[in-house]
Design a protein. Structure first.
Length: 93
């Protein structure tokens, strides 16, 4: 019978790799959250916001408008559904 010599493994276990990966992912997520919060909205004045529509372009049919709260994803403050700004983008659909 041939005996096999087993040397202690110097490799990294799967458990260590998974734990370190999870730690890195959590650290990266923690670093990215403040960056998202830091993205400030633009002022109404800087985007040439007006309370009236420009032709058939108005906030209610803009892809950036958030209807239930009357807010915009890029413009600060309360936004009128019949308002308009220079970043108006037609809502898909």
């Amino acid at each position: 019978m041939i005996k096999t010599l087993q040397l202690p493994s110097r490799g990294i276990s799967r458990r260590i790799v998974l734990l370190r990966s999870a730690g890195c992912a959590a650290g990266a997520a923690a670093l990215l959250v403040p960056l998202k919060r830091a993205a400030a909205k633009m002022s109404q004045q800087s985007v040439a916001y007006q309370d009236s529509p420009k032709g058939d372009q108005q906030c209610s049919n803009c892809s950036l408008f958030q209807a239930p709260t009357n807010t915009c994803t890029i413009v600060d403050g309360n936004i009128s559904p019949t308002g308009w700004c220079k970043y108006w983008a037609k809502k898909a659909g």
